[in-house]
Design a protein around this ligand. Structure first.
Ligand SMILES: [Zn+2]
Length: 98
């Protein structure tokens, strides 16, 4: 598991999926004229500015992400939960063996 430092907000993410989730908005692009059929005519009407940005810490938390003990943001439902479940399983096994 490599770490992904964001150049925008300097937060560290435990996975690329977690990193991708904190980047929202659309990329810069062109606005095309649409014909009555709904298909682009090929004429460019203008440019759409980039609305890409980083989520705030509050928004990241609202997605269900948590910080691990290294301070990296991880997806709670996948990585942290899996670890937790694994620990629970080991605990159960230990109780049975006792
Ligand atoms: Zn960021």
């Amino acid at each position: 598991m490599g770490k992904n430092i964001c150049g925008g907000c300097t937060l560290i993410f435990g996975s690329l999926t977690a990193f991708d989730k904190h980047r929202v908005g659309g990329y810069k692009g062109f606005i095309y004229e649409l014909a009555e059929t709904g298909l682009p005519t090929g004429k460019i009407l203008g440019e759409r500015p980039s609305t890409r940005r980083c989520l705030t810490v509050e928004e990241i938390q609202a997605l269900g992400m948590v910080q691990n003990d290294r301070g990296w943001w991880i997806e709670e439902l996948t990585e942290a939960k899996r670890e937790q479940l694994e620990r629970l399983k080991q605990k159960k096994v230990a109780e049975i063996e006792r």
